[in-house]
Design a protein around this ligand. Structure first.
Ligand code: BUP
Length: 461
């Protein structure tokens, strides 16, 4: 008899940084593997970008089932939580028990769940009830994942984490305290308490899937594989499956005039500037950045955001950077406040450098395309990621800029670093090598591709 096709439920959490890699994984599984897929999404979504991408993805992947899961409205006492994405993660965890009947009655029955790290505890319990494996997907670097996995030990062994100068994770190079995100200094912070819950549930997972690749995080992955890293924590295998391949979602409503503009620019001449989907820069920092870009003399494509959630982003570009800046730089660059196709931009031969916050998806995209990065971390895992970028030779990082959201970096400093980025021959050639390694890892018969095939084979039995 023919083996039954595995039926996998994929459950990403809120935020484009979480949704994007899940959609890439879903697209890869649906196109190259024999399986059935159900995409679970929490409703209502936080941002317009998430709603749009979910609809476009489903309309272009008609074989993927959709299980929309309605969240219990938030407890009014928690509405004061300043980050709507954290609030959504919390509501998702509080509402997850409602999902069980749909998972239990799935037809054909589910063979496995691939769930976001943020929902690990509840999904692990439900997978156990259904007697199927739960694969946790962590959309971060492996190094940051290790920090999250170690966090329960770190906080219980240290009376005051703020007194440390560095964090020593067994078997890994120490992390300077400056790279530890401020919320991790407070166990009661909503982000920290969510991560602690998930980290404590890791041992229930069949494996941890990571959007990374061996050559890029070789030290960390080698220490995990030989058992020296985190040896005192009961962790399932960590499986690198990245960098996940581009997802070609067509959006006919989007005006991609910036790509036609790029077509007319010389090779590797344009600096692409974006700080991801969740960073709103201060007005003063935006002004310094505009001056820094202009005085660098380089061409630029700048995606500007002024609010954490796209629906709230109502200011005009010209109000943010000034009419005179727009006029002076009209032949040199474009500033936009819209969702762009970052993968199309990074693939474009005109792009020569990427000023970026080091959100892990952006890092993996830059790695795939071999584009040098000027790392400017803003929050979350980004300082840890910046160090990886620098070490892998994919870019440069000015540590003294600290967390972007905390201080003000001057136009002159920005200008100098942009010039350094664009003229750094060693980083440029090293980045190209990173690009070759990245494409090899996720290409046919690459190490990451083989991992996915093996998982699928195990689910076929
Ligand atoms: Br903004 C923007 N177009 O206009 P990260 C982002 N992206 O394609 P973040 C676009 O969103 P977290 C845009 O290519 C990447 O895949 C981008 O994820 C894409 O950063 C994704 O880079 C953004 O991980 O998420 O948004 O800060 O905080 O979860 O890292």
């Amino acid at each position: 008899a023919q083996p039954l096709l595995p039926h996998i439920a994929l459950f990403p959490c809120a935020g484009m940084g979480h949704l994007t890699p899940f959609l890439r994984l879903a697209s890869m599984l649906s196109s190259s593997q024999n399986c059935l897929l159900t995409l679970i999404t929490a409703s209502p979504a936080v941002s317009a970008a998430e709603s749009t991408h979910i609809s476009l993805f489903l309309s272009q992947h008609p074989k993927v089932n959709h299980l929309e899961f309605h969240l219990i409205p938030s407890d009014p006492t928690t509405i004061t939580i300043p980050d709507p994405f954290f609030l959504q993660w919390q509501s998702t965890n509080h509402s997850l028990h409602l999902l069980y009947p749909s998972l239990a009655s799935a037809s054909p029955p589910l063979s496995a769940i691939f769930s976001d790290f943020v929902v690990a505890p509840s999904m692990g319990t439900m997978a156990a009830q259904l007697n199927i494996p739960n694969y946790i997907f962590s959309p971060t670097s492996c190094k940051f994942f290790c920090l999250m996995a170690y966090l329960p030990n770190l906080l219980s062994n240290t009376s005051d984490i703020c007194t440390l100068t560095q964090v020593e994770i067994p078997g890994l190079a120490p992390l300077p305290m400056t790279s530890i995100l401020p919320p991790f200094r407070n166990p009661n912070h909503i982000f920290t308490s969510l991560i602690l819950q998930s980290s404590r549930a890791l041992s229930t997972a069949k494996a941890i899937l990571m959007n990374t690749f061996h050559e890029f995080e070789s030290d960390t992955l080698a220490s995990i594989n030989d058992g020296t890293a985190l040896h005192n924590i009961n962790l399932p295998p960590i499986l690198p499956i990245g960098p996940l391949k581009d997802l070609d979602i067509k959006n006919d409503h989007q005006d991609k005039y910036y790509l036609s503009w790029l077509d007319n620019q010389p090779k590797e001449s344009v600096v692409y500037v974006s700080f991801g989907s969740r960073t709103a820069m201060s007005d003063s920092q935006i002004r310094e950045l505009s001056k820094g870009l202009e005085t660098s003399g380089y061409r630029f494509l700048w995606v500007l955001k002024t609010s954490k959630v796209d629906k709230d982003d109502i200011q005009e570009v010209s109000d943010m950077v000034g009419e005179s800046f727009m006029e002076r730089t009209k032949n040199k660059g474009i500033v936009l406040k819209a969702w762009v196709s970052q993968q199309d931009i990074l693939e474009h031969p005109a792009i020569g450098g990427f000023v970026n916050h080091c959100g892990w998806n952006s890092v993996m995209e830059a790695a795939r395309e071999g584009i040098p990065v000027l790392a400017w971390p803003q929050h979350g895992d980004q300082s840890v990621n910046a160090e990886i970028v620098e070490k892998a030779g994919l870019g440069i990082w000015e540590r003294k800029w600290g967390w972007g959201l905390e201080g003000l970096v001057s136009a002159e400093e920005i200008r100098n670093k942009i010039v350094e980025l664009m003229e750094h021959e060693k980083v440029r050639s090293c980045s190209k090598k990173v690009g070759e390694e990245a494409r090899k890892a996720s290409g046919i018969d690459g190490r990451s591709e083989k991992v996915v095939k093996e998982i699928m084979q195990s689910l076929m039995q």
